[in-house]
Design a protein around this ligand. Structure first.
Ligand SMILES: [Zn+2]
Length: 444
């Protein structure tokens, strides 16, 4: 007996960067997994049915780099360069945050992601236990990392992150996993990075870090350590465990070879990179070298949305423009980066694919809209024409979390009220207090 049967839906699968459409199929879900995909499955075999006619079923999007609670700071620091963004806005503002603020900010980000068809997120933030709580309640799948900075309290931070890992890694029937989250080589000393890598090895988890975001960061790393950020990360042992490196916009061919040799996945967040004017990873070259390149949103304070499809669309357009080649980063590859490549980046085996045996993480996208019709190319419609509001129903781990645009696990009106009540306090800026200091880097 199936738990749920989605009937008469067009199904998007992606194989080796090519989209495949199974027209008018049924999808059967049992427990947390996809049990069958076939043209006509008897509804008598299912406890519940859902009419999928007029919809495209897609693997849920995977957000490979985010700071979801930064939904609270959406729009607070616009049109400013990265050092001002950090030092004058984000790091002073973040000192205002309590774990309860982080919890409500996370729920706002989670609501937005579910509404945009995102079913899994790799998050990197403080008070990650409050985020874990929000993730657990929302039904989202997540790989969480507690952000770590060098400082006087390194030992306490490591102890807290270890305890968080032991408490939450594998929680919610393995819907929540935990890796270690050193912030970046410009906020963590090499000796601290070594200790974080050692702790990750001992705990049997990976690491998630920001790397080589700007040319100035690379120049500073060369001056201070005689190594690029990528080589420094390798030398400190961060690549001896599974790793996601966010941004990685400025790399040499040697850096790319190092990432490939160590199986380090790169999470590109093109909207943030464009907005901050810091450069975008050489995605095609990385992919050709065998690096897994996935897509993220970064935080809403730089990216403004948690819409992974928007990231995929922007990256495809950027790569075509950068290489002056319309064939660069084709539709199937962009969609794969937003789904299966994200699963590979998170080293999460059974997600990112809409196929029998995989975890039932999927979204139904409504196709009867003026901006999508007529349907010459369903994959193109998804990547280049659809909008988040076209996502009607979302299922994560076999559980329906949104049905016909109604969130079933998050009380959105309450979340909006709680966030609104906090904004005045959270946007008080005292620049003498900061989470960290963005270093004075050599001019690019
Ligand atoms: Zn980030």
């Amino acid at each position: 007996m199936y738990d749920l049967l989605i009937q008469r839906v067009d199904v998007l699968q992606i194989a080796s960067g090519r989209p495949i459409i199974l027209a008018q199929h049924d999808i059967a879900i049992t427990g947390q997994r996809i049990a069958a995909i076939a043209p006509a499955i008897s509804p008598g075999l299912a406890r519940e049915t859902l009419d999928g006619a007029g919809h495209l079923a897609i693997p849920g999007f995977i957000n490979s780099h985010a700071h979801i609670a930064m939904s609270l700071f959406r729009g607070v620091a616009e049109d400013v360069p990265i050092e001002e963004w950090f030092n004058s806005f984000i790091w002073p503002l973040e000192t205002n945050l309590t774990p309860e603020d982080v919890y409500w900010g996370a729920l706002l980000g989670l609501a937005e992601m579910i509404e945009a068809g995102v079913t899994c997120v790799a998050d990197h933030y403080f008070a990650a236990d409050a985020i874990a709580q929000a993730v657990q309640e929302s039904g989202m799948r997540a790989l969480l990392a507690w952000t770590l900075f060098s400082g006087a309290d390194e030992q306490d931070q490591l102890a807290r992150a270890s305890q968080f890992t032991q408490q939450w890694h594998g929680a919610a029937s393995d819907r929540i996993r935990v890796w270690m989250g050193p912030h970046a080589p410009y906020t963590c000393t090499p000796s601290f990075l070594r200790r974080v890598a050692q702790t990750a090895r001992e705990l049997g988890v990976g690491i998630h870090i920001h790397l080589a975001e700007t040319a100035a960061q690379v120049a500073q790393s060369m001056a201070a350590h005689g190594q690029s950020p990528v080589q420094l990360a390798r030398a400190t042992g961060l690549f001896d465990v599974p790793a996601i490196a966010a941004h990685v916009a400025h790399v040499t061919p040697e850096d790319i070879a190092t990432l490939a040799a160590h199986g380090v996945a790169v999470a590109v967040t093109p909207k943030t990179e464009m907005k901050l004017g810091i450069g975008v990873a050489p995605v095609t070259a990385m992919r050709s070298a065998g690096v897994t390149v996935a897509l993220g949103s970064d935080g809403a304070a730089s990216n403004n949305t948690y819409d992974v499809l928007e990231s995929a669309r922007l990256l495809a357009l950027l790569e075509k423009l950068r290489l002056n080649d319309a064939r660069a980063l084709p539709i199937g590859v962009a969609l794969e980066m937003a789904t299966a490549a994200g699963a590979r980046a998170l080293q999460w085996d059974d997600i990112g694919l809409l196929q029998v045996g995989a975890r039932a993480d999927l979204a139904l996208v409504q196709l009867a809209t003026a901006h999508i019709q007529p349907l010459h190319d369903l994959a193109a419609a998804l990547l280049y024409s659809s909008q988040p509001a076209d996502v009607s129903t979302v299922i994560i781990d076999g559980r329906m979390v949104m049905r016909n645009r109604e969130l079933l696990t998050i009380d959105k009106p309450r979340v909006l009220r709680e966030v609104a009540a906090r904004i005045e306090r959270l946007t008080q800026r005292h620049t003498e207090q900061r989470m960290a200091v963005y270093p004075d880097l050599p001019v690019e």
